[in-house]
Design a protein around this ligand. Structure first.
Ligand code: GDP
Ligand code: CA
Length: 318
């Protein structure tokens, strides 16, 4: 079975670990969000691709959900001693090596897709990890700070400001001109099922869908498209997805997110058991829905979620 998954960082990566356990023989292609990418200290950092790569490759800091395990921060401290920041973005010594290799290869002329493949040779994530695009796309968030409206990089909004002010708009800068990376449209066209993990619907899955051609390819693939809600009991399980949902006029709720994707894209939508009463609303929107436990507490629980998603896909296919 060929499965395509549109993934952000932590939510996407943890789900993929369960999916691999649930479908060990499946051929899984991950289309990763690169809208969170940022240049720091002259290096290209791809947080979501790295979170997927480290999580599936066994190098992730489990408690944190991002960054390397057994990490130290000497380079960052030395940079700070020179007065060189930003100090708000956590880049550890082990992690730095990944960004140095990536930047070196990009400078030598390799596209991000080829660089990602090379990095994955070390990590062996057990999936084919593709960036959504080789072109630069950067998510910016419009905010009002000190009485002034301005656009800041998504990482500055999320990591530095901890989303403490309202997001007035979310703009994937460059997306309109971006082309899907090599293999992305081919993987979608060849897929038996497309899954949206419980990733951020705006700044992860939404950004991937903003690359012209990807949304259309999924809608036209003629295969089941099933998603899992990142919102449980009207709140994101982790992070501040409610802030960016508000920016696009979507309430923070499992059913609202399904309606936001719409029946033109989604065939099936899993909500958590605490949101069982939203199943009827999702189905009224023309999307098959079921309430099952959606907390990724460990790999077994996550694998059970993946099995439910695949079962729902078979149900809508029939
Ligand atoms: P990010 O790029 O690291 O922010 O990660 P993603 O976009 O892939 O995923 C973030 C989303 O995952 C957040 O909106 C969370 O609500 C959601 N999430 C995290 N853990 C869980 C979980 O255990 N269950 C569900 N249903 N959602 C989760
Ligand atoms: Ca992210």
């Amino acid at each position: 079975m060929r499965i395509v998954v549109l993934a952000g960082g932590i939510g996407g990566a943890r789900f993929l670990r369960g999916l691999k356990a649930a479908a060990p023989d499946a051929d899984i292609t991950v289309i990763g969000n690169t809208g969170d990418d940022i240049h720091l200290f002259g290096l290209k950092v791809c947080p979501d691709l790295d979170t997927v790569m480290y999580t599936l490759g066994g190098g992730i800091n489990e408690e944190q959900g991002w960054g390397r395990s057994d990490e130290t921060f000497q380079v960052k401290a030395e940079l700070a001693a020179y007065g060189v920041g930003p100090e708000w973005f956590g880049l550890g010594d082990r992690d730095f090596a990944t960004h140095i290799v990536r930047t070196q290869m990009l400078s030598a002329g390799y596209p991000l897709s080829a660089v990602t493949e090379a990095l994955c040779e070390r990590w062996q994530p057990g999936v084919r990890l593709l960036p959504m695009s080789d072109d630069r796309v950067e998510t910016h968030v419009a905010v009002e700070l000190d009485g002034e409206r301005k656009a800041i990089h998504f990482q500055e909004y999320w990591v530095r400001l901890r989303a403490c002010v309202d997001a007035l708009a979310v703009v994937p800068v460059g997306a309109e001109q971006a082309k899907p990376a090599p293999g992305v449209l081919e993987a979608i066209a060849a897929a038996d099922v497309v899954l949206f993990p419980p990733s951020n619907p705006v700044v992860s899955v939404g950004t991937i869908l903003a690359v012209p051609g990807i949304r259309e390819a999924i809608a036209e693939a003629g295969v089941p498209v099933v998603g899992l809600s990142p919102i449980v009991g009207d709140a994101p399980v982790r992070g501040m997805a409610d802030k960016v949902l508000a920016a696009v006029g979507v309430e923070s709720g499992a059913a609202a997110v399904a309606e936001h994707y719409g029946s033109g894209l989604l065939d099936g939508w899993l909500v958590d058991t605490v949101d069982a009463d939203s199943v009827a609303r999702v189905e009224a929107a023309g999307i098959r829905s079921r309430a099952v436990p959606l907390m990724m507490t460990d790999t077994d629980a996550t694998a059970a979620m993946a099995r439910e998603a695949l079962a729902l896909a078979e149900e809508v296919r029939a």
